[in-house]
Write a protein that binds this ligand. Structure first.
Ligand SMILES: Cc1cc2nc3c(=O)[nH]c(=O)nc-3n(C[C@H](O)[C@H](O)[C@H](O)COP(=O)(O)OP(=O)(O)OC[C@H]3O[C@@H](n4cnc5c(N)ncnc54)[C@H](O)[C@@H]3O)c2cc1C
Length: 463
């Protein structure tokens, strides 16, 4: 069926589903509704639909299957390649589904499929609870957690993927089903490959205080600072260890006063005085410019982080997983930070995986990279001007990192940040790179739960 016929069939179907909000290409709302975080993705969907309930989602999937209509799912729109939108495919935008229900034992909560990270965390905070999230408020919670979910609570409570206890899904037949253990294994690591996630039931933890903020170092000699900080940090890990309540995320970004290099500090323990002592210790690992770590709240913390990352950008990201940040690796990173374009869209971020998710798990998942490591994000974006310059910077940094200390890199990369379009020659190569030994399990689960490939425009792509 051509796009005009598909649109006509969609409009006829929507007559019977008045609750689904319809945004066709002719609508003044279409341009904003189609736009993913990465503005480099120029694809125009057939139309955007915004279901208001699980049964709306089920009806849409039934219609799509019956009419062989390809579709994408979108929550926060923050896939780095903009893959929540595809040319001429229907875009199912889940953002109306944002409910949070806390279990009476206060050990779990059920969150709906279109909710953003700050919406989950702010609601839990009202109830003296928390769950792992990333730091950027506008990222979709389901998209973040089901593909891995690195963030500043992971040393304490684990990755997002390891919080998932249950899920409700609209399957390829358009039925609303509770995920069984086999389907949950796939959802934990490969998100929306098998169906639309209506809700996730996740672990939650008591949290009523928070100590967080950036520790910035003098950026004048960024190579030296990067090498010295990382050497001192590794030494601290090896000598006295770092408490699980503390997570450090290294960052380099272009702030209002120029290039900033440092560590985002987050302490999710109850002993705030102990957290303050740790902030001073981390601040002592490099030539300190300013230590802005202070008691805060989850809503304030999210609002402050949201101001760092621009919402209107274009470009490409690249990624590596490294066992350690060795001196040759830190030197290569530092040298490339000197060359980093000055646009606010260019950034480096390094997450560390240690703690409960770095090792075997009680719950099965297709998330593959379980040994302790650092996940390097090289973000080659611009807010204006030539995105190619920034993209090229991130790409050449990724290549130089590969040459600097090849033995220290892990064979796998993180699916949410790995640039499958540029770094892999085929979907199979990308799948092997991002799922390693779990790629075969993922393919078997896909054959079992979506044998006809109704969900074809997914992250990751299986073909
Ligand atoms: C600024 C920024 C900061 C980031 N920070 C981190 C970080 O700290 N840690 C980290 O691990 N990652 C991080 N990421 C990566 C991010 O977690 C992933 O790109 C994530 O998949 C984005 O989810 P989304 O809902 O916002 O994106 P979308 O583009 O809306 O969704 C991405 C894909 O997820 C699937 N999906 C989303 N919702 C559903 C659903 N309800 N049902 C079925 N499938 C669904 C779809 O396949 C969709 O194409 C960041 C990305 C950006 C741009």
């Amino acid at each position: 069926m051509g796009s005009t016929n598909q649109l006509t069939a969609l409009e006829a179907f929507l007559q019977g589903c008045p609750t689904i909000k319809y945004i066709p290409p002719s609508s003044p709302e279409y341009a904003a509704a189609r736009k993913p975080w990465n503005g480099a993705r120029l694809d125009n969907p057939l139309a955007v639909v915004q279901p208001q309930s699980p049964s709306d989602v089920a009806a849409l999937v039934k219609h799509a299957k019956l009419n062989s209509l390809p579709f994408t799912i979108r929550s926060g729109g923050h896939n780095l390649e903009g893959r929540c939108v595809a040319q001429d495919a229907l875009l199912i935008d889940m953002r109306a589904l944002t409910g949070v229900t806390i279990a009476s034992d206060r050990k779990s909560a059920t969150v709906q499929g279109g909710i953003l990270q700050d919406e989950v965390a702010n609601k839990l905070w009202e109830h003296g609870l928390a769950t792992p999230t990333g730091a950027i408020p506008t990222v979709g919670y389901v998209g973040w957690s089901t593909y891995g979910g690195y963030g500043p609570f992971s040393s304490h409570w684990g990755l997002g993927v390891d919080q998932i206890l249950g899920a409700t899904v609209v399957n390829p037949n358009g039925d609303i089903v509770k995920a069984d253990e086999a389907l949950l294994e796939g959802i934990r690591g490969a998100g929306g490959v098998f169906g639309v996630i209506i809700d996730l039931t996740i672990k939650v933890y008591p949290l009523t205080s928070l100590l967080a903020g950036p520790i910035l170092f003098n950026p004048t000699d960024i190579v030296k600072t990067c090498v010295e900080f990382n050497a001192a940090y590794e030494k601290l890990l090896d000598s006295e260890g770092i408490p699980p309540q503390l997570t450090i995320q290294q960052i380099c970004f272009n702030g209002p006063t120029g290039r900033a290099f440092g560590a985002l500090f987050l302490w999710s323990g109850t002993d705030i005085e102990e957290g303050k002592r740790w902030s001073e210790k981390i601040a002592g690992l490099g030539p300190l410019l300013v230590n802005l770590v202070a008691p805060t709240t989850i809503p304030e913390w999210f609002a402050a982080n949201g101001a760092i990352v621009p919402s209107n950008i274009a470009g490409s990201g690249f990624s590596h997983n490294a066992r350690r940040i060795t001196s040759p690796l830190a030197e290569a990173i530092g040298r490339n930070l000197v060359q980093m374009p000055s646009d606010r869209g260019a950034m480096l971020s390094i997450h560390q995986l240690r703690g409960p998710s770095a090792g075997p798990q009680n719950h099965a998942s297709v998330f593959a990279t379980r040994e302790p490591h650092y996940m390097l994000e090289l973000l080659g974006y611009v807010t204006s001007g030539d995105q190619e310059v920034s993209r090229q910077w991130a790409f050449s940094t990724a290549e130089e990192i590969k040459r600097a200390d090849p033995e220290i890199l892990l064979p796998t990369a993180y699916v949410s940040v790995y640039n499958s379009a540029i770094q892999a020659k085929s979907a199979t190569e990308a799948l092997d790179k991002t799922y390693g030994p779990k790629a075969a399990v993922l393919k078997d689960l896909k054959a079992k739960f979506d044998p006809e490939g109704v969900f074809s425009l997914t992250v990751p792509a299986l073909k």
